[in-house]
Design a protein around this ligand. Structure first.
Ligand SMILES: [Zn+2]
Length: 253
């Protein structure tokens, strides 16, 4: 690290749990962020400000006026721009040394397979069940940790699905908790609405879990699903085990 980096990251370096070595790890890490919207905004901003070396952002959409109530990496001046390009500019303003790859594409299975293979950690910040399943399949296939977040209305949830060999034994994948063939009621912010700071709360926690995961710091949310009711600001927690018959991660497959 050069002198400027030592200053920029000094408040991380002061932490015994991170230090120079941990910060160096972050600078050499690569995170894949699927979705540059409400969750992807705080995720990308915190990972960039914290000095994560490489970020790959995937989102097919463009910035719309209705996004700006909560998607804080974008700006009024960038309405109409591709979200990944707008985010790249927002991130460059806070930390220009982070290498950002902006991919304006829908995250389909082929793209995810290629991108997940290159990432150290994957953040699911998307807004639909099919993409969540595809991200999980790629993460299990490539044994990459997945930090998954969701938010709608006043309800948020977050968990970590870690299929690395070093994971907590018996920890589930996303499909263990939410089987791909289960009937889902697809609800979106466009129709349901979403409380603006809720995506900030959940997204910031996703960023925290991703950094912890890369640093091997503390205990992750693997095997625990946290759910927030922001009306009462009340958290509940479900402990989950791997499903031996899971269609995605079971060794029987
Ligand atoms: Zn599973």
């Amino acid at each position: 690290m050069n002198d400027e980096q030592l200053l920029r990251y000094s408040r991380h370096i002061l932490l015994d749990e991170i230090g120079v070595e941990g910060q160096q790890t972050l600078l050499q890490s690569h995170a894949l962020i699927i979705g540059a919207g409400g969750l992807g905004s705080p995720v990308a901003l915190y990972l960039a400000s914290a000095g994560l070396g490489r970020l790959t952002l995937v989102d097919h959409d463009t910035v719309d006026l209705t996004n700006l109530q909560r998607q804080i990496v974008h700006s009024t001046a960038r309405i109409g721009s591709p979200k990944v390009e707008s985010a790249r500019q927002g991130l460059a303003a806070i930390n220009a040394e982070v290498q950002v790859t902006a991919i304006q594409q829908r995250a389909d299975a082929a793209l995810l397979d290629a991108l997940v293979a290159q990432a150290d950690v994957v953040l699911d910040c998307c807004d639909n069940f099919a993409t969540r399943q595809a991200i999980n399949r790629a993460c299990v296939a490539h044994a990459k940790p997945l930090v998954s977040g969701a938010a709608i209305g006043f309800d948020g949830q977050i968990s970590v699905f870690d299929s690395r060999a070093s994971r907590r034994p018996g920890a589930p994948c996303y499909a263990c908790l939410f089987p791909p063939d289960s009937p889902v009621e697809e609800v979106r912010c466009a129709t349901m609405g979403v409380f603006a700071p809720l995506v900030g709360i959940i997204g910031s926690m996703q960023a925290a879990e991703a950094l912890k995961c890369l640093l091997n710091l503390g205990d992750s949310l693997a095997g625990r699903l946290l759910m927030l009711d922001a009306r009462r600001m009340e958290w509940s927690e479900i402990h989950a085990q791997a499903d031996p018959n899971c269609a995605v991660c079971s060794p029987k497959n």
